[in-house]
Design a binder for this molecule. Structure first.
Ligand code: IPE
Ligand code: IPE
Ligand code: MG
Length: 262
């Protein structure tokens, strides 16, 4: 279950009122390869550098009181990359899990990994299970790492689990609605997705949170992932806080609602 929102400490880089902070932010961490190539290095050098940007985004999310941060680390399509690159990414994932879990736990951060984990070797699966169990009760931030994740996989997986319940007579076909479906996707325990950020200059979703991004705000930046600093993340959150989310209503209706609640 989700815990209480962490008290945000005031920070000079982001002056956003707590009720304007997105509860759930997701990031497509793109541009590692190009970052390295621009420096005349191997693409894998960029993946290694990307780990520092992960640390700083986790730090800022926790500091600002974001409840849930979902990071796209490896897509179901990324297996098609050269074998060496996939190998380095797996090694890196395993190493980072090992080196960071204690720190995450000390900082009251809960770690979850979403995606089809059955494709990973058993020692990596075991590390993931242990890390999740260790941090399960933490409440300052939920950090979701999307690994071997695909939005279409998530929808098909939810459908399979619902179909199984139907076959077992645990539910009736009339019980199937958006709420029930939402309870079966990989993010079922998290708040609605508020903000989806993509670094690296491309304007696409690349099979990330397809079901979840229905009403998310999108933020695109040219910055390549290893250069995405706390300040840049804070700018994205500030931009989000200045938007009017209308959810199908008119701007005037939203203003009336806001006047009623303030
Ligand atoms: C994102 O960076 C990291 C992963 C997909 C694992 P890329 O590796 O896609 O970097 P670019 O987009 O090729 O620069
Ligand atoms: C999306 O980036 C996946 C991750 C960031 C893990 P890609 O680099 O794989 O996306 P495409 O291939 O440009 O759509
Ligand atoms: Mg890319």
């Amino acid at each position: 279950m989700l815990g209480k929102r962490a008290e945000p400490s005031s920070t000079a880089i982001c002056n956003v009122a707590i009720d304007k902070i997105p509860r759930h932010v997701a990031i497509i961490m793109d541009g590692n390869g190009r970052w390295a190539q621009q420096k005349g290095k191997l693409r894998t050098f960029g993946h290694k550098a990307g780990v520092d940007a992960v640390r700083s985004s986790v730090r800022l999310a926790r500091k600002l009181g974001v409840e849930s941060l979902t990071l796209f680390a490896f897509s179901s399509e990324n297996w098609q990359r050269p074998k060496e690159e996939v190998g380095v990414l797996m090694q890196l994932f395993s190493m980072v899990l090992k080196s960071e879990v204690k720190k995450l736990n000390k900082n009251n951060i809960r770690l979850k990994v979403i995606g089809d984990l059955s494709a990973f070797d058993s020692s990596l699966q075991e590390k993931i299970n242990k890390a999740e169990a260790l941090t399960e009760k933490n409440t300052a931030l939920t950090l979701n790492i999307a690994a071997n994740y695909g939005g279409r996989w998530d929808i098909v997986d939810a459908t399979k689990r619902i179909a199984q319940k139907l076959a077992n007579n645990e539910i009736d076909v009339h019980d199937i609605n958006e709420d029930l479906f939402n309870q079966h996707v990989s993010t079922s325990q998290l708040p609605e997705l508020d903000l989806l950020i993509r670094t690296g200059g491309d304007h696409r979703v690349s099979n990330f949170l397809l079901w979840q991004c229905a009403y998310a705000e999108f933020y695109f930046t040219e910055t390549l992932w290893p250069d995405f600093s706390e300040e840049m993340f804070a700018l994205a959150i500030q931009d989000f806080a200045n938007r009017q989310r209308r959810f199908g209503l008119t701007g005037a209706q939203i203003m009336t609602q806001d006047a009623g609640t303030s």
